[in-house]
Design a protein around this ligand. Structure first.
Ligand code: KE4
Length: 446
């Protein structure tokens, strides 16, 4: 039985010989009569790990409660946004205050400038920015802007990287290196997919080959600087700097997708850690403190191509929404104020969990490769290094699924896919670490 969890988690778990899933099951049945698969986003359906997804009722700090009263230590944080922990008081108050003045005007507000100034303090490469309502919109808009600015059509992305679900980004590699993409989803026309090249991550030679093949044709390279959507993939030494040099050499733009890494890996995201200055950056998740919010921004001369200044159209009814701005201002304000302590603590707590479970796996004779940068990590169930998506696919996903289910039974909430990143919040501490290691000890025996 896992170590006692001071906030009474152990008692809650002891009270349940096995987790009750009655109400979740009822809600799942109803949801399946209303929403395809019963969900509003596919991975939430737990198809990658099996079992029925619990319906969440509330959360506070590092703890989640589902509708049947089961408690979980949360290593998910809503796919990244909840870096301060759930229901962070300053954010809750700010959202409430903003809501009393109306949720939306469809007009400019002071809060948009306030949040934009905070973003620019964290990301010096962002000279101008525009808010959107999601990371998908931010990436889709940045790609259109790069095409408009350069007058070129081709875009390079990398296998395993996810930049939202716009058509141009739902593309997989064609057969052979540096060949034009093929649709990664039904509904994406081949004509659209052919404008995207999907290359292996961490392979600069492949990028050079693409530019050699299309020297004047590539508008932009878009990359997750530390990949989270293949599980966590870490850039090899010089990789990101190489992408910057190659794009500059060929008059293409470098778009760094920091939707997941922004404010997560450091206050200035991956570009602060790896010392690169992208032409455009996309943001989301933490930016909105859990409310719908994205942004794209970068070089002033590039952003000047955006309507109403320039010919590239982009718009959004709820872009810069007052509630999302309020949540973002409270979240970034707390991260900026606590920057000297929060990120050091995230590093310490995440290392304790990620490396502690990896050690337990070794003791149990279970092959696990741990990829981690700061408070973002993945346990790959493989005995090999994982440096790109092809190597990630070598993982034992069935073993991951069993581990995921056992950890959920023990009260630990992990991302429901081997190919997702786990996250730690500032609300996680020694209690959560001890509880999680105890849960993993049992899960790894399974
Ligand atoms: P959204 O449209 O989901 O806000 O952002 C798209 C996006 C763009 N770029 C990166 C690097 C991202 O990770 C995402 C979204 N991440 C996924 C989880 N890996 C969202 C969760 C989901 O699809 O349900």
């Amino acid at each position: 039985m896992p170590a006692s969890y001071t906030s009474g988690m152990a008692q809650a778990i002891e009270g349940q010989a096995s987790r009750v899933m009655t109400r979740s099951g009822e809600l799942q049945r109803r949801a399946e009569r209303l929403l395809p698969g019963g969900v509003d986003s596919p991975v939430r359906a737990f198809r990658a790990v099996g079992g029925e997804p619990p319906f969440m009722d509330r959360a506070k700090g590092a703890t989640l409660w589902d509708v049947d009263g089961n408690r979980y230590v949360d290593f998910f944080g809503s796919w990244g946004p909840m870096i301060l922990g759930h229901a962070y008081p300053a954010a809750v108050e700010a959202i409430g205050r903003a809501a009393e003045r109306s949720a939306s005007f469809g007009a400019s507000t002071e809060a948009e400038g306030d949040l934009a100034e905070l973003v620019m303090r964290c990301f010096p490469s962002v000279e101008r920015l525009r808010f959107t309502s999601s990371g998908t919109e931010a990436c889709m808009s940045a790609v259109r802007l790069a095409r408009g600015f350069t007058g070129r059509n081709l875009v390079v992305k990398f296998e395993g990287c996810y930049h939202g679900h716009s058509d141009a980004m739902l593309v997989k590699a064609g057969s052979g290196m540096a060949t034009l993409g093929i649709p990664g989803s039904a509904g994406v026309p081949e004509a659209v997919a052919m404008e995207t090249l999907a290359l292996p991550y961490n392979d600069l030679a492949a990028v050079r080959e693409a530019f050699a093949k299309f020297p004047e044709g590539i508008a932009a390279v878009i990359v997750e600087p530390v990949v989270g959507n293949a599980g966590t993939l870490i850039p090899v030494e010089g990789y990101l700097q190489g992408l910057q040099a190659i794009t500059r050499e060929h008059g293409a733009l470098l778009i760094v997708d920091e939707v997941m890494t922004g404010f997560r890996l450091s206050l200035g995201g991956a570009q602060e850690i790896y010392g690169i200055r992208p032409d455009l950056t996309t943001l989301g998740k933490i930016l909105g403190g859990g409310l719908p919010c994205g942004a794209f921004g970068g070089r002033e001369d590039v952003m000047a191509y955006l309507a109403p200044l320039g010919p590239v159209y982009q718009a959004g009814t709820l872009s810069g929404n007052p509630l999302a701005m309020a949540a973002g201002i409270a979240t970034l304000g707390a991260l900026i104020e606590g920057r000297d302590t929060i990120y050091a603590r995230l590093e310490q707590v995440t290392a304790a969990v990620a490396e502690g479970v990896a050690e337990l796996a070794r003791e149990a004779g279970v092959a696990v490769t741990t990829n981690r940068v700061g408070s973002m990590f993945t346990w790959f169930f493989t005995d090999r290094p994982v440096r790109n998506f092809a190597e990630a696919l070598m993982s034992d996903t069935a073993r991951f699924g069993g581990f995921h289910r056992a950890m959920m039974e023990a009260g630990v909430w992990l991302p429901p896919s081997q190919f997702e990143a786990a996250f730690v919040s500032a609300a996680h501490g020694e209690t959560e670490v001890a509880f999680t290691l105890e849960a993993a000890r049992g899960a790894l025996r399974g």
